[in-house]
Design a protein around this ligand. Sequence first.
Ligand SMILES: Cc1cc2nc3c(=O)[nH]c(=O)nc-3n(C[C@H](O)[C@H](O)[C@H](O)COP(=O)(O)OP(=O)(O)OC[C@H]3O[C@@H](n4cnc5c(N)ncnc54)[C@H](O)[C@@H]3O)c2cc1C
Length: 381
Amino acid sequence: MLDTAIVGGGLSGLALARRMQKQGRECAVFEARDRLGGRILSVPVDGMALDLGPAWYWPQSQPRMARLIAELGLTHFPQHDQGTVLSLNDPDKAPQAYPTDGVHGGARRLEGGMASLIQALAANFPAGTLHLNHVLIAVIEQGDHVALHFRCGDSIRQISARRVVLAVPPRLLEEHVRFEPPLSEPLVQSMRSTCTWMADQAKVVVTYPQSFWRGAALAGNAFVGHEQAVLYETFDACNAAGDQAALGGFIALSPALRASFETGLSLLITSQLVQLFGREAEDGTQHRHDWATEIYTSSTLDQSPLRVHPSYDDPSLRRPWWSSRLYFCGSETAGYAAGYMEGALEASERVEFMLTAEPGAPGRGPMSGASYPSAIPGAIL
Ligand SMILES: Cc1cc2nc3c(=O)[nH]c(=O)nc-3n(C[C@H](O)[C@H](O)[C@H](O)COP(=O)(O)OP(=O)(O)OC[C@H]3O[C@@H](n4cnc5c(N)ncnc54)[C@H](O)[C@@H]3O)c2cc1C
């Protein structure tokens, strides 16, 4: 029987597997998609890696990300932020320009895209640790172990494990996975009210022959605040050297509107970019990703757009269940930086702390997520 099954091969699941593997503890990761990384997705285009999921981390307030990236020896570089920022609040007027010291607060990117973090993590596991195309459909408590049912193509595979860690957004688990015995109603409500961060979003990266905006002393940063906005925010997405050019943007239309405007969306994006950056912005190639259409990221409840960062403060998702056989992991369960990649790492740290804590061992405290010191003193996100 497997000791620990980790379901979800996103950052939190892989980071937890790495921590367990370092301690010589047996674990295996089961991932629904045919790739690892979850919301982390970098697409190779003409030698560039376009981040269609997360692109930024902030070393000053995200020490776990900074540490992991250093440990894995990955090359990072600052988000290009120099130059004038544009603001467009009236669709019939030209954008207004204002100088700033940058709007990304010291954000950094990874050379090779954020997926290089996932590749580096995955490279170090022993053969047989990672299982792709395993869609969890049921978790069944069976006394001294847990039975997991996975849909693998046309067949069902059953795995027995002493304990299971679910590194999957809680809303997806609540919607798609059968728990036996059923989870308590308050826990189900907690899962339903924990929105999956950015799961309603769509991102576009537009590649260009050259970074014409930099030549015009523009940062590439623009904010569009009017009701007909197509992109609500744009930014420079060039490679580290700046010799391969791209602009990135978040699409302002809701998931429902994106679906109904699908055929015209490219044209709308181009016209928004032209209004912001001029005629040269016509000359790009769009690479779009709509996370709301991804069944392993976005639940039905996540289809409603969020306007502010939600609070993730539910302790019931941070404690073990089923006599310490069932754990929740994933960024949305974090006590610090929830929703962000830093939160994914914090959650994996917390779960490892709980898994390795012997009940009553001196200095480790009770096996409760509530006792895990998640916050970084003095850090502000
Ligand atoms: C467009 C976008 C931009 C973002 N920008 C940033 C940013 O700049 N900085 C930042 O810090 N964060 C950003 N984020 C958030 C960041 O991506 C997440 O915090 C992080 O990737 C979460 O990792 P995770 O492992 O907790 O979850 P996920 O990456 O969602 O991993 C969960 C895994 O579970 C798998 N899974 C789902 N259902 C099942 C099932 N039934 N059976 C088996 N496996 C299943 C999924 O396929 C996935 O691999 C962004 C997200 C998006 C979408």
